[in-house]
Design a protein around this ligand. Structure first.
Ligand SMILES: [Zn+2]
Length: 262
């Protein structure tokens, strides 16, 4: 009964909140990395985006007005991560807040000595456990084109959200049955140590050196690479790539390799 009811409510949402074709096409055109996705994938992505937009509010702040196109652009990138997962991965928060530029977060934290700190450096994006995802629109725009920017802010912040499903972000999201946390951790640690050593040695890395910041940032940055330039991640860190394939239930490098052969 419950299943029938949820299927019915899903169908109702899909028709009630459908995205007009022209708007969908315009949004897809602004995200060149979606070239990896076939028509079937894109159709399923579109459904997920409709359900996502029905569940979350994407709201402007500090004078930023979110246009319908911006809503869809943000939602598509958020949904790429959960294309093969349940949208419930994003339960526990309701809002995505979009600022007109970088912002200084208002939260404070206490260190082990009891000293209270305040972050003074402006951020392009932020995700907090149980809180909204916050994005700077110019940085969303810049990150939409991976080829020119080598970063994707929306995928980055939503990867943090997935990582935070079991508390603080630490590079290891709760894994499904059948995946071993030990194997995940071993693959992640080996790659992270290697990457940090390369960055420390001053090597120019194809992956954003910001990934060396912490295991949580490593997971978020490598998730960007996984979806936007999967062949790079598979080449650099194949064991991590394999774990990401099992976790996200997608193999974007196989899609990319298929396209390269065509
Ligand atoms: Zn981050």
């Amino acid at each position: 009964m419950f299943d029938a009811l949820s299927r019915w409510s899903r169908r109702r949402t899909l028709s009630r909140a459908a995205i007009p074709d022209a708007l969908w096409r315009e949004a897809v055109a602004q995200l060149p990395f979606l070239a990896l996705y076939g028509d079937d994938d894109l159709a399923r992505l579109r459904e997920k985006v409709v359900l996502f937009l029905d569940a979350k509010a994407i709201v402007g702040a500090r004078g930023h007005m979110v246009t319908p196109l911006q809503r869809v652009i943000v939602a598509i990138q958020a949904c790429v991560l959960v294309l093969e997962l349940d949208l419930a991965f994003y339960d526990g928060f309701e809002n995505v807040i979009v600022y007109p530029g970088e912002f200084v977060p208002e939260w404070e934290w206490e260190d082990e000595a009891g000293v209270v700190h305040r972050n003074e450096a402006p951020l392009a994006g932020e995700a907090m456990p149980g809180g909204p995802v916050v994005l700077s629109w110019p940085d969303v725009e810049a990150g939409a084109d991976w080829e020119s920017s080598g970063m994707n802010l929306v995928i980055h912040e939503f990867a943090h959200k997935i990582d935070m499903r079991d508390g603080e972000a630490n590079g290891c999201p709760p894994l499904p049955a059948g995946m071993s946390p030990e194997i995940w951790q071993r693959a992640l640690n080996a790659a992270y140590d290697d990457f940090c050593a390369r960055v420390d040695a001053g090597e120019h890395t194809a992956i954003d050196p910001y990934a060396a910041e912490s295991p949580a940032e490593f997971f978020a940055v490598l998730s960007e690479v996984f979806f936007a330039e999967p062949l790079l991640l598979r080449r650099e860190y194949p064991r991590v790539y394999g774990q990401w394939v099992a976790f996200y239930r997608q193999d974007p490098a196989a899609r990319a390799a298929g396209l390269a052969r065509e």
